[in-house]
Design a protein around this ligand. Structure first.
Ligand code: BGC
Length: 795
């Protein structure tokens, strides 16, 4: 002990001497600000410039199994394998990384991790957006959202990269299945419903692709030339409804340019319209590798660049250091991002289970699928099929059904119920010989095309298996043996390319012959042919529909496909879906046909990210506001099946349309009574259109301004439906005044079962012109557009 005494003495002396200094240091050095505990501005002020330029750029993603950066969409290996990206974490300031993941019809993550299939991470494939819109029922869509969001939450994802709500401008749009409708009211209302449902779980959404992203051809270079009015009324309207009605956590800008500028670099779009005019409060992210100039993207208010590369951060750092980017711009963008991170499950340290209730969600998926299938034709009550009959089931996709589209809209689901399985589950007998023939054919064809990786498939999609051509003898023997025939026709598509006319929009010659042969053989025996359409977008129907006794548009209905279709075919569920997109008689009737997908400038082609060829291109929206039914109805072009159309196994009577007043003053209410006059219970999608006076502005014949679905009405039961009509429902965008204006005059309210099948109408007057809202003069086209006008009605 004694030996140590001098040492102890020295140590005590040191402690005593150093004490005042450490007390002084503790008093002057403030603890670092922490996200959630300190004001956001203090957190930002504590960041280094290096941290700032990393926070506005995502962490990137890797090719599977490598550490190298790569273009494989959805390969962030860290927290949630298969997610599309993550943000940069700054732990010293309490800022976690958040995870973002696709996509619109179900969460797209890696289902098997580290080759260990003892634990799986499958997600529910819900029906595609085109089907959800066809429900015309925002309650059903919200319910899907609640289930969907619970999977996002339980799998450790913070923000879902969905829903997508671009407009069905042209039937060949490769991603139309991800989008809702040709009509912005439907697109906007469906988006509100699903966003509110998903976000009720405490996770975020990213409504996409903002804006006017209506084609896949040249998607990274296309310059969309469009009038201010068509933008405001058609292409921005759905986003406006969605932002105001659901305030999503984030918005994803699109790949294309609008009137010369990439959307992600367009301050007028991202800040003036989205934030200033509509009051958006969240953050904006780019689409994956979207846009060209990160400095312009920061300045436009596109807060986060995804998936992110170190080079982008470096370019931003250089720009700040060379005074071409004010660090205040970064600070503002970071504030937007942090406000969202604050709400995220990752910030709240949510202990996700990796075990969502997939069984319950499959039931919700099935229920929604049944509500959005559209009965297009049903001659002599061919449907519903009576129980216990024997069915000859034809068509590749009866056996290999398509649950949803491809690309980032795909979902890794545990199973898909085929139609053959669904019919069997529903108690029908299905013909064994035919089943064997199709099963063997499909197995042999699949061997020819081994399964490819996501990226290989993206670059070079496997062609669909050609429709099996059953010999006439086989069809004839089936016609003798079975009680009726079902033929399923399938189509698939996805991001990266638009659909083709030949063998896609139009049926192939061989498909038409197969349908005809089946129809002839079964009709000769006085038996029926039911055609099921397992498609994600519009096809041509008029030339072959006479062969079918009934046509059910089942869309791409999610993982319970076969069960849901069987429930409609059997009559267990009454079909109540209606079209939210027109099926024209022929492609040449489509108003955008001569301006789709636009023209390319191959001499200016360059090489973009990962060696992709980038060919500058432009498309001019000469049809203006005349998209979908706005065109067909105004120009009297008869479609095969009009917007709003869909049959039921029962009938509905519309009566007593009443307006609360016959002159407009701020608001009106329209009420109507719907009665089920048929023999089975059913629901009716009721639509309200308005025809506005068109003395000063050219206007569509009518526009959808309200819709509702009745409850399940029993035979004889009635329900009163009421719609409110507000001032902005009367207005059109007057470019000369940069304002939404309701013209004085007489307005007609038309309530009906479809855009053509108006059941009741009434009128009211607006005494004086109303200016509803004055907007900014922005996004003005630089070249004149020869826009369609209804005075050209030459048809
Ligand atoms: C798609 C987006 C998707 C993103 C991330 C892009 O290619 O256009 O819709 O969210 O990839 O996977």
């Amino acid at each position: 002990m004694k030996k140590n005494e001098p040492g102890l003495y020295v140590f005590c002396l040191f402690l005593i001497l150093s004490m005042p200094f450490s007390i002084v240091r503790a008093q002057t050095e403030k603890p670092l600000p922490q996200l959630g505990k300190s004001p956001i501005k203090d957190v930002i002020a504590a960041m280094t410039l290096e941290e700032k330029v990393k926070l506005v750029v995502g962490n990137g993603f890797r090719m599977p199994g490598t550490r190298q950066q790569g273009p494989t969409i959805g390969q962030t290996q860290d927290k949630v394998p298969g997610a599309a990206g993550t943000t940069f974490a700054i732990p010293r300031l309490g800022i976690p990384s958040i995870v973002v993941s696709d996509g619109p019809a179900g969460l797209r993550i890696e289902p098997i991790r580290n080759h260990d299939s003892s634990k799986t991470y499958y997600a529910t494939a819900f029906p595609v957006a085109t089907l959800l819109a066809s429900t015309w029922d925002t309650d059903v869509v919200k319910k899907v959202g609640v289930a969907f969001g619970s999977e996002v939450h339980e799998y450790g994802v913070d923000i879902l990269l969905a829903p997508a709500l671009n407009i069905h401008r042209n039937p060949l749009g490769g991603r139309n299945f991800e989008y809702y409708s040709e009509d912005p009211l439907i697109a906007g209302k469906m988006t509100c419903a699903i966003v509110n449902g998903i976000e009720s779980n405490g996770v975020g959404t990213s409504i996409k692709h903002f804006a006017a992203n209506n084609q896949e051809t040249d998607r990274n270079t296309i310059n969309t030339i469009v009038s201010e009015r068509a933008l405001r009324e058609i292409y921005l309207k759905g986003f406006e409804i969605a932002v105001k009605g659901s305030q999503p956590w984030t918005v994803m800008s699109s790949y294309n340019k609008i009137n010369g500028t990439y959307t992600s670099e367009e301050h007028d779009l991202i800040t003036t319209i989205l934030r200033d005019e509509w009051g958006f409060k969240g953050f904006v992210m780019t689409d994956w590798f979207g846009g060209r100039n990160p400095v312009e993207q920061m300045k436009s208010g596109n807060d986060l660049l995804m998936p992110g590369t170190p080079q982008l951060s470096q370019r931003l750092l250089d720009a700040v250091n060379h005074d071409s980017l004010d660090v205040k711009v970064l600070d503002e963008n970071i504030a937007h991002i942090l406000n969202v991170i604050l709400q995220s499950p990752s910030f709240k340290n949510y202990k996700y289970s990796d075990k969502p209730d997939l069984k319950k969600d499959a039931e919700i998926s099935r229920g929604a699928a049944e509500q959005g299938m559209v009965l297009l034709k049903n001659d002599n009550s061919a449907l519903p099929i009576k129980r216990a009959v024997k069915i000859a089931v034809f068509g590749n996709t009866s056996y290999d059904i398509i649950a949803g589209g491809t690309g980032s809209g795909d979902v890794n689901k545990a199973y898909t119920v085929s139609l053959i399985q669904g019919l069997t589950n529903a108690g029908f007998q299905v013909d064994g010989e035919l089943k064997n023939a199709y099963t063997q054919y499909l197995a042999a064809e699949k061997i020819k095309h081994p399964k490819k990786s996501f990226m290989q498939e993206f670059m070079n999609p496997t062609p669909p298996i050609a429709e099996m051509f059953p010999e006439k003898d086989l069809i004839t023997s089936e016609a003798s043996d079975a009680d009726l025939a079902v033929f399923t026709l399938g189509r698939n598509a996805g991001e990266g390319r638009d659909r083709k006319l030949e063998n896609d929009y139009y049926l192939s010659d061989s498909e038409k012959v197969v349908i005809k042969n089946i129809a002839n053989a079964f009709h000769a025996k006085n038996k029926k042919l039911i055609v099921v359409l397992n498609i994600g977008g519009v096809i041509e129907i008029a030339s072959w529909r006479d062969n079918a006794d009934a046509i059910l548009l089942a869309w791409q209905p999610g993982l319970e496909a076969g069960n849901a279709i069987a429930d409609i075919l059997s009559g267990k569920t009454d079909p109540s879906g209606k079209l939210a997109t027109t099926f024209p008689m022929d492609y040449k009737d489509v108003p955008s046909a001569k301006n789709f997908p636009g023209k390319e400038f191959p001499e200016q082609a360059t090489t973009g990210n990962f060696g992709f060829k980038q060919t500058p291109a432009e498309v001019t929206y000469e049809e203006g506001v005349y998209v979908g039914y706005r065109y067909y109805n105004t120009f009297n072009v008869k479609p095969a099946y009009e917007f709003g159309y869909g049959l039921s196994y029962t009938n509905f009577d519309y009566s007593d349309l009443k307006l609360s007043s016959n002159s407009f003053n701020k608001k009106l209410t329209a009420t109507i009574t719907i009665k089920n006059t048929g023999k089975v219970a059913g629901k009716e999608a009721v639509q309200l259109y308005i025809s506005a006076p068109a003395k000063t502005l050219d206007k569509p014949a009518e526009e959808l301004k309200g819709f509702a679905k009745t409850k399940l009405l029993q035979p004889g039961e009635s329900q009163a439906i009421s719609f409110s009509i507000n001032a902005d429902d009367l207005a059109s965008f007057d470019t000369n005044k940069e304002s939404w204006v309701a013209e004085a005059g007489s307005y007609k309210v038309k309530v009906g079962a479809s855009s053509e099948n108006i059941k009741q109408s009434a009128s009211f007057t607006l005494a004086n012109e109303l200016t509803i809202e004055k907007d900014h003069k922005v996004l003005v086209p630089q070249t004149p557009i020869n826009e369609m006008k209804s005075q050209q009605r030459a048809f």
